[in-house]
Design a protein around this ligand. Structure first.
Ligand code: NAP
Length: 256
């Protein structure tokens, strides 16, 4: 439960949002934070229907509209039809959160072509696909707000993740370039770069790695998905209306 959610309950009143990879982890926390802030939320997932369906029910219980769509972030044409589906259901789109992401960490020597392309296609090309699909709507209406979920790995990478580090650094470059391109149309584009966050993605780290990584975090703990969602909510709200092209590092001080 987000503390202080009541204070935020009208930050995004009646906005329509799309969150990619929204069924679990950070994406799920973002969907809930946006819904509590008054937005209607469509979100995608890739394969696991059950958590998506339960999130739809949870959003509806908050009094907001929800739509879950199974759609692979790597699918360019699928992103276009996703936007059409959402506009047909909700009437419009105001917000895009590019969150879908995966890791396939291993040393470069052991990294297969699929390890490379799965990660780059999901984490970076996926951002292009969904943003490309939304941008015409945003340009026409002369408003829109985009937040991309990068990673501290895109700024201060660890060894054994050249695919992920390259994709997440690419997301930051994408964010900066697009922010300049669409600022004249009243569209803001920002990124959040989380450090270690407690989700299924980090659940498989193993006790030894976990201790080692904890030792690298000045605040001495992993972050929560809700903490990432709060930063996303800020960037999507009017409270950050003069901020564009920026990346908020949310990492307990890891990147200092
Ligand atoms: P997670 O718990 O593994 O959840 C991933 C979500 O993305 C799920 O909803 C999953 O749906 C969906 N997804 C995966 N591949 C997809 C695809 N090809 N198309 C559409 N949806 C897809 O991950 P997370 O930890 O919340 O991470 C969310 C984002 O934060 C990612 O971009 C990740 O790189 C970034 N991040 C995470 C951390 C961390 O420590 N957790 C740190 C920095 C950045 P299914 O369940 O149906 O597959």
């Amino acid at each position: 439960m987000l503390r202080g959610a009541g204070l935020n309950s009208s930050l995004l009143l009646n906005k329509i949002a799309i969150v990619t990879g929204g069924s679990r982890g950070i994406g799920r926390a973002i969907v809930l934070a946006l819904s509590r802030a008054g937005a209607d939320c469509a979100f995608t997932y890739s394969k696991d229907h059950a958590p998506a369906e339960s999130l739809v029910q949870e959003v509806r219980s908050l009094g907001r509209r929800a739509l879950a769509v199974q759609r692979d972030a790597r699918d360019f044409d699928g992103a276009k039809t996703l936007v059409e589906e959402i506009k047909n259901t909700f009437g419009n789109i105001d917000i895009l959160v590019n969150n879908a992401g995966i890791t396939r960490d291993r040393s470069l020597m052991m990294m297969s072509r699929e390890d490379w392309s799965d990660v780059v296609d999901t984490n970076l090309t996926g951002v292009f696909n969904a943003t490309r699909a939304c941008i015409i709507t945003f340009l026409k209406q002369k408003s829109g707000n985009i937040v991309n979920i990068s990673s501290v790995s895109g700024v201060h990478p660890l060894p054994g993740q050249v695919n992920y580090a390259a994709a997440k650094a690419g997301v930051i470059g994408f964010t900066k370039s697009l922010a300049r391109e669409v600022a004249p149309y009243n569209i803001r584009v920002n990124a959040v770069a989380p450090g270690f966050i407690e989700t299924e993605m980090t659940a498989g780290l193993g006790e030894k790695n976990r201790e080692r990584f904890l030792g690298m975090v000045p605040l001495g703990r992993f972050g929560t998905a809700e903490e990432v969602a709060m930063a996303v909510l800020f960037l999507l709200s009017d409270r950050s209306r003069y901020i564009t092209g920026q990346t908020i590092q949310l990492d307990g001080g890891l990147g200092i």
